[in-house]
Design a protein around this ligand. Structure first.
Ligand code: SF4
Length: 83
């Protein structure tokens, strides 16, 4: 399920360090929510938050009605399925 800009904001470090190149952090959050930017812009995000955001942004596989990335991982029998 896609996350809103506010939900994404809650997962980010909220340091306003500016390393992501945005002067206004909610701008990055809304960009992530809209798929217009990516997580690589933030070098300080935790692994846990990154995993949640990647999972939320992974679309379900076409023709697979049992779920997105989780179903793909199970079907391939490994844990390292790229997004
Ligand atoms: S780089 Fe990460 S921690 Fe720094 S302002 Fe951007 S989102 Fe926040």
């Amino acid at each position: 399920m896609a996350l809103t800009g506010l939900e994404i904001f809650k997962l980010l470090p909220k340091t306003n360090c500016g390393a992501c190149g945005v002067a206004y952090l909610p701008g990055l959050c809304h960009g992530l929510a809209a798929g217009k930017t990516d997580l690589s812009k933030c070098p300080y995000i935790s692994d846990e938050a990154r995993a949640k955001l990647v999972e939320a942004s992974t679309p379900p596989s076409p023709g697979n009605h049992r779920g997105g990335a989780s179903a793909l991982k199970n079907r391939r029998g490994n844990r390292d399925v790229p997004p």
